[in-house]
Design a protein around this ligand. Structure first.
Ligand code: GLN
Ligand code: ZN
Length: 768
């Protein structure tokens, strides 16, 4: 008797970001559609064979692969293709057009992409399905069946993964024509026959089990959902009486939703025991109460890169086995491994002492296999268990991780380190006396165009083709150009331009202790785009100043005030793989302490203003409302810890990218920044209404134009925008700036856009 070793989904990109290269070659017209499809097929084959080595036959996932995104796959699969894409001739092009837009002027095709949103609390983005009361479903493709048969032909039995009918509809939105109040779930009756016919086709192809993902079970649910789930799964069961159905919940606790999920006519429930260890006690009695149901225990973290504590996981699995018997227990990752990098094998440069503590997707499968064996026969994997135990012990006590000085500082924080000496009302006057800024002061969010030359210089430094001194001289020349440029266009508060930074998180990670970088630890972010998050493995500290030299140099070039530019503690955390051996709060506070020192150094060196970017504060918000307060408290405190150690006269700025601030408005206000710039130009003033409604009383710079497009906003457009804004926000608080950093733009369009923006500010001043 053994426990089943299973997987919920595998990273699609391949060991060398092969899928990225493949689709981009197709988009660039370098390969044909047939070559693209053949390449994707080969990649699936490799991944199935790889997984087969570790998993119980029949428990390798299929249809988890996607050329762009799995939510898009399902919209496409069920024929929810918005009208504007209907006339695109080839299916491959139609699919990609929905994901990323398509411009073919010669054929009269010019369609933007569908909306993209973050997949729950991950950094993966999905395409939001569009529905209307007129939406009719049909099987537009047979992707899950085709891929099942493809694996079968290779001799590999798979368990197809399909997005659940309820999550699929609930994650979608009403299209432009949908009436107000349109509920996407009202389409359930129309979807179910198509959905069940897909399951029937899978059965005909030979599938005996399916994994139906219902990640919305990790959210707070309205009571009505109980009836929707009951109806959906009754229909599925009626259509497929013999198909073994696993419903997977992940990214958080299934919570009270278990009350109705336990009653669904399904065969197994997957729970995320990494995020919600308590779910075992919640769910196990319900499984035990049924005669046949199984539990899939998500014990291996699909969203982080640390080795699993196998002894602990085995104990968890054994509790499940004791309650329901080995044949009703499946070992699994907490969620799809989509959110893990491919394999640690590629990391040949990483410090082996740190690498010893890690597991990427392939290693996680190995862990799953060992846990499944160990749960019933520990002796059969004694060596693996012993090696794991040694690695876990090594990490616990490693001097690489534990820095007593940092820990002592963290223990000695005093309440005064979390507040400015005086309120904004007092600071404002002192700052104004010093900075003497005009009304409607103009500024930018930080970065200026990162041209090819800048990237080439950085690569040359890495390869040793450029010495440190040569590179520094190059960066200084770029800074000088940027300063002269800003003076010429007429900006009031300047920035140095961030030319020395490859990425706003990586730059600081590389300059702090406690971080390590992988060579190949890519994770899909959206479509073909991948990110390589820094890894925080130990106590974080700042050995030497990180930005003082560049900022001081920039200030030395001009009489205009210069902003120092830092990335905030929450964003540093949120966009990294974070150590799991202490609370996230503690890690964030360590980063905040390091930044606090940087802020003090910048102030001492004469920078009159310092911006601490926190674009990721909103995305860190937990999925469940009951957990919001705890998170927001420490997130705000981390920002305060990093930013409040300055005199009244030093102006603290912060920046946030597009977020819906209504539900976290108080926290934004509690950051107590002297000025906040926000991405706003695309949000039809909805966003600002939060600031108006709550009577925001500190400086605020709502972005006046979109920086994601090369288009130069005409002055009249900026003026109209600023006029609308000044009706909502007290004009004495207003700053004039673009939406976000200008890193991805070219110089010519940047010059034209900023000139228009500065002209508008002058007109407003004159009328003031
Ligand atoms: N200061 C950063 C920049 O201008 C901010 C980027 C961001 O908010 N994502 O590039
Ligand atoms: Zn931004």
């Amino acid at each position: 008797m053994t426990v089943i070793a299973s997987n919920l989904g595998f990273p699609r990109m391949g060991s060398n970001r092969d899928l990225k290269k493949l689709v981009e070659a197709y988009w660039g017209g370098k390969i044909t559609a047939d070559a693209l499809l053949a390449g994707a097929k080969a990649l699936r084959e490799t991944h199935w064979k790889l997984q087969s080595k570790f998993l119980t036959p029949g428990y390798v996932p299929s249809n988890d692969f996607s050329m762009y995104d799995h939510a898009l796959d399902h919209a496409f699969l069920f024929g929810a293709v918005p009208e504007r894409y209907a006339s695109i001739p080839s299916k491959v092009d139609q699919y990609f057009a929905m994901g990323r837009g398509l411009q073919r002027p010669a054929e009269g095709i010019d369609v933007p992409a569908m909306e993209m949103k973050k997949w729950f609390d991950t950094n993966y983005h999905f395409i939001v399905p569009e529905f209307s009361p007129k939406t009719e479903f049909h099987l537009h493709t047979l992707k899950p069946v085709d891929e099942f048969l493809e694996a079968k032909a290779l001799g590999i039995a798979t368990r197809p993964v399909v997005l659940g009918p309820v999550s699929f509809l609930a994650l979608g939105k009403g299209d432009k024509h949908a009436p107000a109040g349109f509920q996407t779930l009202s389409l359930l009756d129309r979807l179910l026959p198509v959905y069940t016919s897909l399951l029937n086709k899978l059965e005909e192809a030979g599938a005996t089990a399916v994994q139906i993902d219902e990640p919305i079970l990790a959210l707070d649910q309205p009571a009505e959902l109980k009836a929707v789930f009951a109806k959906a799964y009754a229909a599925i069961r009626a259509a497929s009486p013999r198909l073994s159905i696993l419903v997977a919940s992940y990214f958080g606790t299934i919570g009270a939703n278990i009350d109705f999920v336990a009653d669904l006519p399904i065969d197994a429930i997957h729970v995320d025991l990494v995020r919600a260890p308590g779910d075992l006690d919640l769910v196990l009695p319900r499984i035990a109460a049924s005669a046949t149901k199984a539990i899939s225990v998500g014990v291996v973290n699909g969203r982080n890169i640390w080795k699993n504590d196998l002894a602990k996981s085995v104990a968890t699995v054994q509790r499940a086995v004791a309650a329901v018997g080995a044949s009703r227990v499946l070992v699994a990752p907490s969620c799809s491994l989509l959110h893990s990098p491919h394999s640690l094998e590629a990391e040949v440069k990483m410090n082996p002492a740190i690498k010893l503590w890690m597991a990427f997707a392939v290693q996680k499968l190995e862990e799953i296999s060992v846990i499944a064996k160990a749960a019933v026969d520990p002796a059969s994997v004694a060596d693996e268990l012993a090696a794991n135990k040694a690695a876990i012990e090594d990490r616990k006590v490693s001097p690489l991780i534990h820095d007593p000085a940092v820990q002592a500082e963290l223990r000695n924080l005093s309440p005064s380190m979390f507040r400015r000496t005086n309120d904004f009302a007092v600071r404002e006057k002192v700052q104004q006396a010093k900075l003497k800024l005009p009304s409607f002061p103009t500024t930018t969010v930080g970065s200026f165009p990162q041209t090819k030359e800048v990237r080439v210089a950085r690569q040359k430094l890495k390869k040793g083709e450029l010495s440190e001194a040569e590179y520094d001289a190059f960066i200084k020349a770029e800074i000088e150009k940027a300063v002269r440029f800003q003076e010429a266009v007429g900006l009031d508060m300047l920035v140095h331009g961030e030319f020395e930074r490859n990425d706003m998180v990586e730059f600081f990670g590389e300059n702090m202790r406690g971080y390590v970088f992988s060579q190949n630890g890519w994770v899909q972010s959206y479509g073909s785009r991948c990110v390589k998050p820094p890894i925080i493995f130990g106590d974080v500290s700042r050995p030497t100043p990180m930005t003082v030299e560049t900022s001081v140099y920039a200030q030395s070039l001009t009489a205009k005030p210069m902003k120092g530019m830092l990335t905030g503690p929450v964003t540093m955390l949120q966009w990294s793989f974070v150590r799991d051996d202490q609370p996230r709060k503690d890690t964030t506070f360590q980063i905040a302490l390091a930044l606090r020192k940087e802020v003090a150094d910048l102030e001492a060196a004469g920078l009159p203003a310092i911006q601490i970017d926190e674009p990721a504060i909103r995305e860190g918000l937990p999925l469940r409302a009951s957990e919001h307060k705890e998170y927001l408290d420490w997130a705000v405190n981390a920002f305060l810890l990093s930013s409040t150690g300055v005199k009244d006269e030093t102006q603290i700025h912060t920046h946030m990218c597009y977020s819906d601030f209504n539900d976290i408005f108080q926290s934004i206000s509690d950051l107590d920044a002297d000025c906040i710039t926000i991405e706003n130009s695309k949000s039809d003033l909805k966003l600002l209404s939060a600031f108006e409604k709550h009577g925001y009383t500190r400086g605020i710079g709502p972005g006046l134009y979109d920086i994601h497009s090369p288009r130069v906003p005409p002055a009249a457009e900026i003026k109209e925008r600023l006029e609308a804004i000044s009706k909502l926000i007290d004009k004495r608080l207003l700053w004039v700036n673009p939406d976000c950093g200008l890193k991805t733009r070219g110089w010519a369009e940047t010059e034209a856009a900023l000139k228009n923006m500065c002209d508008v500010a002058k007109q407003f001043r004159a009328a003031d």
